[in-house]
Design a protein around this ligand. Structure first.
Ligand code: AAT
Length: 301
């Protein structure tokens, strides 16, 4: 039934299909947790697919990976210890290690075979920082890993796949218990940045609203920023951001509303291994300028 095209079909975005023309399949196997597919495409570079859902193409991955890393890191005054949840392809990790201030990055990925596939097929593009001396890799379900961690991290980036069904590995990461674990694992003033799905899709928008509501008692400040990415569903994904502050820490409502919307620090590009392709100060600020249809769909948030 293979006609030279990969087509993403998924119940979370029923009624639509996105296809990419395949040049060559490089890997197709089942791991303990999911089906892993890597192929070279005709026009989007090399592609990683998990359980039928596109995780990245080398042509547009820069937008998601750079924003998920740099928006929370530049909102933090002095990020020292960072946790990446998921992200086994190494792309967010590649961005985090560009920050000289970060002395310690832990990546907690459930599926060792995703890391292996990333090293083998994306070693010179995406999986470039696994050997950095600041990096510790943990192969574990992050929902379990975080249960026992307290006041450890300045920034937690949840670069997870979608909670496509009850058994999907990422489903636990969108539950209130996991958000509570993240809050406990952050130091005061710490920042959580979660893969924020797509506001054009009803199922995703409901999930974003539920997540923001569940964050309310745990995090004094919350926000949503949008990212353009052609090969994710509908071409848009978001970041759900939350700050571990008490309301008394930042008494002004305006200051809380604006907290994430301007970078507090700037990347010294001479320290970075190469220029950034998507993130800039302007793009950081622009991510939070949501069109009314999106801002309104988030309700009171
Ligand atoms: N960096 C862009 C790609 C991702 S990767 C998502 C990763 O999260 C996968 O490698 C998956 O194995 C891992 N993962 C899923 N559940 C868990 C868990 N419970 N603990 C640790 N790691 C987990 C994101 C793509 C977004 C797709 C948007 N449609």
């Amino acid at each position: 039934d293979f006609d030279g095209w990969f087509t993403e079909v998924e119940a979370m975005w029923k009624g639509q299909r996105f296809s990419i023309e395949v040049e060559k399949v490089l890997l197709h196997k089942k791991s303990k947790y999911q089906e892993i597919l890597v192929f070279d495409s005709k026009t989007w570079g090399r592609v990683l697919v998990l359980d039928g859902v596109i995780q990245l193409t080398t042509k547009d991955e820069c937008s998601y990976q750079e924003m998920m890393a740099h928006v929370p890191l530049f909102c933090h005054q002095s990020p020292d210890r960072v946790l990446i949840v998921g992200g086994g392809d190494g792309g967010v990790l590649r961005e985090v290690v560009k920050h000289g201030k970060v002395s310690d990055v832990t990546l907690c990925e459930i599926d060792t075979e995703v890391i292996a596939a990333a090293k083998e097929f994306f070693g010179d593009t995406v999986a470039t920082a696994f050997d950095d001396e600041a990096v510790t890799i943990v192969v574990e379900d992050a929902a379990e890993f975080l249960k026992t961690r307290r006041n450890m991290f300045d920034v937690i980036i949840v670069d997870s796949s979608d909670p496509t069904d009850a058994d999907a590995p990422a489903t636990a990461l969108y539950k209130p218990a996991f958000l509570k674990s993240c809050s406990d694992a952050l130091r005061d003033g710490g920042i959580l940045c979660m893969q924020g799905e797509c506001l054009w899709l009803d199922s995703h928008r409901d999930l974003v609203k539920e997540t923001l509501a569940a964050m309310r008692p745990l995090f004094g400040i919350r926000d949503y920023g949008a990212i353009s990415i052609p090969t994710y569903p509908c071409g848009q994904i978001g970041m759900i951001l939350a700050g571990k502050y008490d309301e008394e820490d930042i008494p002004s409502l305006k200051d809380r509303e604006l907290f994430f919307r301007k970078p507090r620090r700037h990347l010294d590009l001479s320290l970075a291994s190469g220029p950034l392709r998507y993130y800039s100060d302007y793009v950081h600020e622009a991510a939070f300028v949501l069109p009314p249809i999106m801002r309104n769909s988030l309700g009171s948030e």
